[in-house]
Every structure is written in structure tokens, then in C-alpha cells.
Design a protein around this ligand. Structure first.
Ligand code: UD1
Ligand code: UDP
Length: 440
């Protein structure tokens, strides 16, 4: 079996690293393609170093540009490589342009796609990431889904439960493994050593790069106004290159940089970043990965967005959406900083993203699919049976898979009262309402 992994940005490198390492550990043939979307060493090379994974076999060097240009160049480069390498499955991660390009190319070449971190939805179609993840899901064969909630998103869109594999999120694997390494090593980045992070308290780690925030001056101004008033905190801001550019263009960089309690530093390596976040009292972010890491590390998070495709973090109680609203940012920050009980409740939120074995579960499933021939994408040869979708109230002790074999059916949705449940094989559906597709 040959597995190809496509990645191109910082979070993809971090979240694919545990899977790349697991594939290597099992001695499976693999190639890694870097699209080159992120190219600064602080956004790319340093992560291969920190996460101890080999440098990619290919780099397409697409660089920065419009969405169309970036995606088009990626598709051309990816297609050429895949035609040559002929992998059995291609893995894409998350919601960046690499995911869109990779999944579309594979769809057309009839190569199986495994979408890592599938099923997330912000329901905000103005986000480029929402388009990318939806299209990738349409083209995928295997879905590695972090939580039951995300799996239910896919069921609601009509996907069959059969290929929806709830694995947890590989960010937990990366976080647990590398935090230990980071603790033994201590801070490495000079910028953080200079700030003597080990010996200061009241740390607020800030990251923002989301186009819908940093490209809109009014939103940036509101966020900066809130930061000005948090002068009892040491705000550490490893700045994303996109944000540095826009702050400079808006003439806001110096204003923020001149605040005594705000320390803008270059993007920092993963080990340093994990140490920094784990030492923080509060995280203020619009990052997807950081919302997940915050709840994994038990640090309260305020998310600078009006919606999130990670609603589990909010319902679990570890994350609050504050948008770019100055009063909401300040009001919630003050509650966390001044009300110990409130902060403790946020810290104790249960992590919905698993125990740190997502990579193992993902590679187990790929090996199983390969063995069973399920990675071969072929047109149906037989005349298709007709299906009818039905609904039933179940009154017996019966599991989903028992029901399916008895009725020659495929369960689609399961409602336990007003709560939707994921139809896992072993779920006992007694007392539940289900919909199912029945082969006539
Ligand atoms: C991309 C992803 C986003 C993800 C983020 C992770 C898409 C649509 N967006 O956004 O989902 O959350 O990565 O960080 O795929 N730049 C540099 N050096 C680099 C990379 C970028 O200077 O190494 C600057 C360029 O000016 C570039 C800008 O940052 O135009 C934006 O980069 P781009 O890759 O287009 O999007 P991100 O904002 O990084
Ligand atoms: N991160 C890092 N150094 C930094 C900022 C972030 O290592 O200076 C890591 C962070 O731990 C998380 C990931 O980068 O795992 C998030 O990436 P980003 O916010 O760029 O993308 P998103 O997750 O929003 O797609």
C-alpha cells in the first residue's frame, strides 16, 4: 500500500505529523507533498523540525496569491505527482486550499481520499474554509471525524454512516506528545527567552489571522481597543504574516507594538508555542487549532469570531465566542481573570477531541480498508437496487448493525428524544426513532 499526504500550511503540518509518524512506524510506503502555500521557515520548515517528521518528498511551491490562482496551481502540481506516484489513498487535512485542490484532483483521477478532520461546519458560506471542507467531503472516501457532532453534520447532509470514522482529533496526539518534549527542553526561541516567560505571570496568548477579522480595519481596531484595556496582562502575540501585512497596511502595527504590555513576536515553533499556551491564563484567538488546543490544555479561550466549526468547545464550557466586539472581549476576559470560580469551570471543561490516539485509529482504518479492497474507486457494475427511505420507532433491544442485517437496510439518522445520536454499530436503538434506507 502507498499513502500520499498533502499538506501546505502550518496547522496541516501539525495535525498530519502524528499520522505521518504512525505510517512511518508501521513501515507503510508513503510520500508527502507540500503545496508550498506556507513557505516562511517560521510557518513551515520549523514545524518539520519540531514535530520530528521528514521533510516532504515534493514541494509544489505555489506561494501566496488569490484563491483561484493558488488552488489552480496546486491542482496542476498535485495531478502531475499523483499520476506518477499512483498512491492507493491520498490524505488531506482540514479546510485549506490544499484540501480543496487535493480532493478535487483525486476525485477526477479516481484515487481514494481520506479527509482528516472531516465534518466540521461553521455554516458561514463566506468563509473560504467552509467551501473547502464541504467540497472535500463530497470527494472523499474515508472520513476521519473528530467528534460525534461533526459526524452528525455529515449524516444530515446525506452521507452514509459507513465511512464516517470517529477518531478524535490528531491535534491532541501532537499536543500531548510534544508538550512533554517541550517541558524537558524549555523555551528555545530567543524572543521568548528575552521576555523571560518562565518567570512572568498573567500571560495572555493572542493569535489572529482569519481573513474575516484581520482584513477588516474596523474589526482590528475594536480588538486593539480591547487589548489596550487589558494592561494588567502580559499579552504575547506571535504574529501571522498575513496579520503583520494588514496591520502595517492599516497603519496599526506601531500603535499595537508600542503598548508596554503587548509583545509582538514572529510566529514561533510548535514546542515553544505549546509551552507558552500551557503557561497562559487566557487565550484570545481566531485560530481553529488553538480553540482545540486550549480545551486540551485546560486553558480558558475567548474566540474572536461570531461562529465556530468547533461548537463542542463552547458547549463543553471551555470556549466563549466574542467576535470582534470590544465589550464582549473585555467583559468575558475580566470574568475569567477576576472570578476564580468562573475560570475554574472553563478550565475543567471536558475535552471533546479524544485521548490522543487519533493517528493510530486513522492508520488502523486505512489498513483495514486497503485489506478489504475498499480503496478501489470503480463505477458500479451491477444494475443498482432501488432504495426507499423509511422511518421507524424501535421498541426492541436491537443494535444498529443487527437492525441493518435483519432489515437489509442502512441506518441513516437516529433520534434519542430530541437529541441526534451517531448510529455506531453497537448502539442499542431501543426507544429511539430512526430513519433508514431499505433495499427493496
Ligand atoms: C491559510 C488558510 C487558513 C488557515 C491558515 C493557517 C486557506 C484558504 N487559508 O490562511 O484556513 O487557517 O492558512 O495559518 O487555505 N504569508 C507569508 N508567508 C507565508 C505564508 C503566508 O508572508 O509563509 C502571507 C502572504 O502575504 C499571504 C498571506 O500571508 O498573502 C496569507 O497567506 P495564505 O496562505 O493565503 O492564507 P492564510 O491567511 O495563511
Ligand atoms: N502555532 C504555533 N506557533 C505560533 C502560532 C500557532 O505553533 O506562533 C500553532 C498552534 O499551536 C496550532 C496551529 O499553529 O496548532 C494553528 O495554526 P493557525 O492558527 O495558523 O491555523 P488554523 O488552526 O486556524 O487553521
Amino acid at each position: 500500500m502507498k499513502i500520499a499526504t498533502i499538506l501546505g500550511t502550518r496547522p496541516e503540518i501539525i495535525k498530519m505529523a502524528p499520522i505521518i509518524a504512525e505510517i512511518n512506524r508501521r513501515g507503510i510506503n508513503q510520500i508527502v507533498l507540500h503545496t508550498g502555500q506556507h513557505y516562511d521557515k517560521e510557518m513551515s520548515d520549523n514545524f518539520f523540525r519540531d514535530l520530528e517528521i521528514p521533510t516532504p518528498d515534493y514541494n509544489i511551491h505555489v506561494g501566496s496569491g488569490s484563491h483561484g490562482k493558488q488552488t489552480g496551481l496546486m491542482m496542476k502540481g498535485i495531478e502531475e505527482i499523483l499520476l506518477e506516484e499512483k498512491p492507493d489513498i491520498v490524505l488531506v487535512q482540514g479546510d485549506t486550499n490544499a484540501v480543496l485542490a487535493g480532493a478535487l484532483v483525486c476525485g477526477k483521477l479516481h484515487i481514494a481520499v481520506g479527509h482528516v478532520e472531516a465534518g466540521l461546519r461553521s455554516f458561514d458560506m463566506t468563509m473560504p474554509e467552509e467551501i473547502n471542507r464541504r467540497v472535500a467531503d463530497i470527494c472523499s472516501t474515508m472520513y476521519f471525524i473528530p467528534t460525534e457532532e461533526s459526524a452528525i453534520n455529515l449524516l444530515a447532509e446525506g452521507f452514509s454512516r459507513k465511512n464516517l470514522l470517529i477518531t478524535g482529533n490528531t491535534v491532541v496526539d501532537a499536543c500531548f506528545r510534544h508538550l512533554e518534549i517541550a517541558k524537558k527542553r524549555g523555551f528555545g526561541e530567543q524572543s521568548l527567552k528575552d521576555l523571560d516567560i518562565d518567570n512572568i505571570d498573567n500571560i495572555l496568548t493572542l493569535t489572529m489571522h482569519r481573513a474575516e477579522n484581520v482584513d477588516i480595519k474596523e474589526r482590528v481596531v475594536n480588538i486593539i481597543d480591547a487589548l489596550k484595556e487589558l494592561s494588567d496582562m502580559n499579552i504575547i502575540f506571535p504574529i501571522h504574516p498575513r496579520t503583520k501585512n494588514t496591520l502595517e497596511n492599516f497603519g496599526l502595527f506601531d500603535e499595537l507594538n508600542n503598548l508596554d504590555h503587548v509583545h509582538i513576536v514572529k510566529p514561533i515553533g510548535y514546542l515553544d508555542f505549546l509551552l507558552l499556551t500551557s503557561k497562559s491564563t487566557l487565550i484570545l484567538t481566531d485560530s481553529g487549532g488553538l480553540q482545540e488546543e486550549a480545551i486540551t490544555l485546560d486553558i480558558p479561550a475567548l474566540t474572536l469570531r461570531y461562529n465556530t466549526e468547533r461548537p463542542e468547545t463552547v458547549t463543553a464550557g471551555g470556549n466563549i465566542l466574542v467576535g470582534s466586539d470590544k465589550d464582549a472581549i473585555l467583559g468575558n476576559a475580566r470574568k475569567i481573570l477576576d472570578d476564580k470560580e468562573f475560570a475554574d469551570k472553563m478550565k475543567n471543561a471536558v475535552n471533546p477531541y479524544g485521548e490522543g490516539n487519533a493517528a493510530e485509529k486513522t492508520v488502523d482504518a486505512i489498513e483495514q480498508y486497503y485489506k478489504e479492497g475498499l480503496l478501489n474507486i470503480t463505477a458500479p457494475e451491477e444494475v443498482m437496487d432501488s432504495f426507499s427511505r423509511k422511518m421507524a420507532q424501535i421498541e426492541d433491544d436491537i443494535t444498529v448493525s443487527e437492525f441493518e442485517s435483519k432489515e437489509n437496510a442502512l441506518v441513516h439518522m437516529v433520534f434519542d428524544g430530541d437529541k441526534m445520536r451517531f448510529p455506531a454499530d453497537e448502539l442499542n436503538i431501543n426507544g429511539m426513532m430512526i430513519t433508514y434506507d431499505r433495499q427493496e
